[in-house]
Design a protein around this ligand. Structure first.
Ligand code: SOE
Length: 401
């Protein structure tokens, strides 16, 4: 018999307790996704926001109230141990991803971990190994490359997989932001290697490396790279330990990550790829752009116009050929069946509801979620090869498969 009908008119079904560690920008975005997904998509399991964890008891309580979490914890180990938590959602800086995700998997929980998977290849390898062991126990582990879940990106993958572009020749991606142009932006955790692992490379470059491999359906096998840190010292953030100065100036610290990464490479098929990730592109707020050129056609996309996909079909007669704008809002476009009528656009936040939807379905069906921790490890290996190449002044560096 179906579960009892709840006041909201939906069959109760089994619930899926979510426990989230971290509540800053990604925590807020994931909370929105978990709150929304069950009200938009018909799911086999109903996510409930069981608990959120943060070190500051007062701040995490305020975050729980704001984002709709039922309980709070101040130690992630206590969150992992909760009986009402089935999924641990890791929304912390990269230096704690491995410790939390591995412990959660070994405690029998499913895991969603923000990108990049880890700060080092060694950590990512340990996470992927823990996920493989957990998979044998029926547990799911997903890494949060949310831009795969922009409907236009999921549809672009369909077009490439269906051969509409033919053999790929070029995959070209840039991800431009400008929040570090101001030299007085403080030395926050994203600017310190021990916390973030890398700078624009892991923060933004991880997204476009994952998208390239996802859209092309094949791995990057080698890269040539340059990285640069343009602003090497910044003011310490308010509240930093008094007198802490990792460099000459009092109250200032040393930036230990890249501001920008520029790299080219090859896909396994021989197609050429090019990437640019920077947080120094004045005027560009969240400008992830891509163009894919194949033997039979091309695709182009701009995240700042994320409901649109430009498609050039080389099969068209020359007289009528040209890039056309596909408005990716039709009910049979990926994810759109659950939202609004055609033309009623979606946004950045919807990608987190799509991510939650796909994870819930994977958990219910026992399928391995995509992108998996193995996919996250593949990205980590590309990032490491980029840094190795940059240290050798752009010498071509193979990516271990
Ligand atoms: C900051 O650069 C940031 O929040 C990234 O960390 C996210 O992954 C990206 O989606 C938006 O920008």
């Amino acid at each position: 018999m179906a579960g009892k009908v709840r006041t909201d008119g939906r069959a109760a079904g089994r619930t899926l307790g979510i426990g989230m560690v971290g509540y800053a920008f990604m925590g807020a975005a994931h909370s929105q996704g978990w709150r929304t997904v069950g009200r938009v998509f018909d799911l086999p399991l109903r996510p409930v926001l069981a608990a959120v964890c943060g070190r500051d008891a007062t701040a995490v309580r305020a975050a729980a109230d704001r984002h709709g979490w039922a309980a709070t914890e101040t130690d992630w180990r206590d969150l992992v141990a909760r009986d009402d938590v089935d999924v641990v959602d890791v929304c912390t800086p990269g230096d704690s991803h491995a410790e939390i995700a591995v412990a959660a998997l070994e405690a029998g929980k499913h895991v969603l971990c923000e990108k990049p998977l880890a700060n080092t290849v060694a950590e990512a390898e340990a996470m992927a190994a823990a996920a493989a062991r957990a998979r044998d126990r029926g547990q799911a582990a997903m890494v949060g490359f949310n831009y795969r879940r922009v409907p236009a990106m999921a549809y672009a993958r369909e077009l490439v997989a269906d051969g509409r572009l033919g053999a790929l020749r070029h995959v070209r991606l840039t991800y431009l932001q400008d929040w570090l142009v101001d030299p007085d932006f403080p030395l926050t955790w994203r600017l310190e290697r021990e916390h973030a692992g890398s700078g624009a490379l892991g923060d933004l470059g991880a997204h476009i490396v994952d998208l390239a491999q996802y859209l092309a359906g094949e791995p990057i096998v080698g890269v040539s790279a340059l990285t640069e840190t343009f602003v090497r010292e910044r003011p310490l953030p308010a509240g930093a330990p008094a007198g802490l100065s990792a460099s000459g100036g009092a109250g200032r610290g040393t930036v230990t990550v890249d501001d920008a990464a520029l790299f080219t490479g090859r896909l396994a098929s021989g197609a050429l790829v090019s990437f640019e990730a920077t947080r120094m592109a004045a005027g560009r707020k969240n400008a992830l752009r891509l163009e894919i050129n194949g033997a039979r056609g091309s695709l182009a996309f701009d995240l700042e116009r994320l409901n649109e996909l430009s498609f050039y079909d080389g099969g068209e007669p020359a007289r009528s050929a040209g890039f056309r704008r596909i408005l990716v809002t039709e009910p049979d476009h990926p994810y759109l069946e659950a939202w609004w009528p055609p033309g009623h656009a979606l946004g950045y936040e919807h990608t987190f509801a799509h991510q939650a939807r796909d994870l819930v379905h994977a958990i219910a069906s026992g399928a391995e979620p995509v992108p998996s921790f193995a996919d996250g490890l593949r990205v980590q290996r590309v990032l490491a090869a980029v840094e190795e190449s940059a240290e050798k002044n752009a010498v071509y560096t193979p990516v271990p498969l």
